[in-house]
Design a protein around this ligand. Structure first.
Ligand code: NAP
Length: 316
């Protein structure tokens, strides 16, 4: 019943992960709005989302009046803006303060848990620090929030690590390949994000998507892919020190992806801390209602019904 459902406004709803959230929001029956730039380069995606039932609101991220009027129509706000626009979310926070009706704000996190991981390379730390600035501004403004740590986008990183669309004989392994990372399928990230955005339990809490079935090392992932495809790959190791050197020498922002690869796949920062205290782990809390696609199942999708090749611009 749409009238009992929270109205959700998404920023970045036409983006790589945002479109999954928009689809999930509509699927779960929420009146769903997408705030999009007047000259967005994602018009085809926006048309598709509109045909599913999304209401597209055109506006710039620095148009305070427009922001406030869009916010007054809804209850919940999710930002899936891209990294370069992270600090533009301060404009959204200012508008939420003025609108005064927003019951929950989810800023554009959706990666590593930035308040919990430590000792990452400086370019990645600077990236996380910007996201942390947004969190602190939300708390200072007393805006009810949920912070989502979705860990690695599964199809995106299966594609990056295994190159399943190529007839490759070799696979690159970062470091020893033994550290475990969490890979979650994008469709699930969409559904679980909408679930937590409207769940009173998740208010003012960090929610981490870390199902046990989705923690895997690069070597285990390659072995699983070999088993499923019947192929065998030679492994080309990139030593940790090479990644550290690249993170020091590449210009900004090219130094960011290499630093993320180092933290996630060499150091294992998505799996090396206990989830405790007030934090919620999504696969446990929603185990009776929802299920994450396992990595085995994700590889089966690549084998039998491959998703469109993800745009990997940031990691090329
Ligand atoms: P994206 O696709 O690059 O962009 C999201 C949207 O931002 C665009 O569709 C666009 O919407 C909007 N936007 C607003 N101003 C823009 C501008 N000046 N230039 C370009 N786009 C602009 O974002 P994403 O890659 O999905 O990233 C979303 C979040 O996920 C970020 O926090 C990012 O750090 C995180 N992330 C996580 C992983 C992971 O593995 N965990 C991987 C990648 C990204 P309109 O065109 O409709 O205005």
């Amino acid at each position: 019943m749409a009238e009992n459902k929270s109205k959700i406004l998404l920023f970045g709803g036409s983006g790589y992960i945002g479109r999954h959230m928009v689809r999930a929001s509509i699927k779960l029956g929420h009146p769903t709005y997408v705030y999009s730039r007047p000259h967005s380069d994602h018009s085809q995606v926006l048309n598709e989302l509109q045909s599913f039932g999304a209401i597209i609101v055109k506006g710039q991220l620095d148009d305070h009046v427009k922001l406030v009027s869009a916010l007054r129509e809804v209850d919940v706000v999710i930002s899936a803006l891209a990294y370069p626009q992270v600090l533009d979310q301060i404009n959204i926070i200012e508008a939420i303060k003025v609108a005064g009706n927003i019951k929950r704000f989810l800023p554009s996190d959706f990666g590593c848990e930035e308040d919990r991981i430590i000792s990452v390379l400086p370019p990645f730390q600077a990236f996380l620090d910007k996201k942390k600035r947004v969190r602190r501004a939300i708390e200072e403004a007393n805006i009810p929030y949920t912070y989502v740590s979705a860990n690695c986008f599964g199809a995106y990183f299966v594609n990056y690590l295994l190159r399943p669309y190529e007839q490759n004989q070799e696979i690159t392994v970062y470091g020893t390949g033994e550290a475990k990372a969490v890979l979650n399928y994008e469709e699930d990230i969409g559904i679980y994000t909408i679930k937590v955005a409207t769940d009173p339990k998740a208010c003012n809490r960090v929610v981490i998507f870390r199902p046990r079935t989705n923690m895997i090392s690069q070597l285990e992932l390659i072995a699983l892919w070999e088993k499923k495809t019947g192929r065998s790959f030679s492994k080309i190791h990139v030593p940790e020190q090479e990644l550290v050197t690249l993170s020091n020498t590449l210009p900004d922002p090219l130094n960011i992806p290499v630093s993320i690869i180092h933290s996630v796949f060499v150091k294992g920062v998505t799996t090396d801390f206990e989830i405790g205290g007030d934090d919620i782990e999504a696969s446990v809390v929603y185990r009776d209602q929802l299920k994450f696609t396992t990595i085995e199942e994700l590889l089966d999708i690549f084998l039998h019904d491959p998703p469109p090749k993800p745009a990997l611009a940031a990691f090329e």
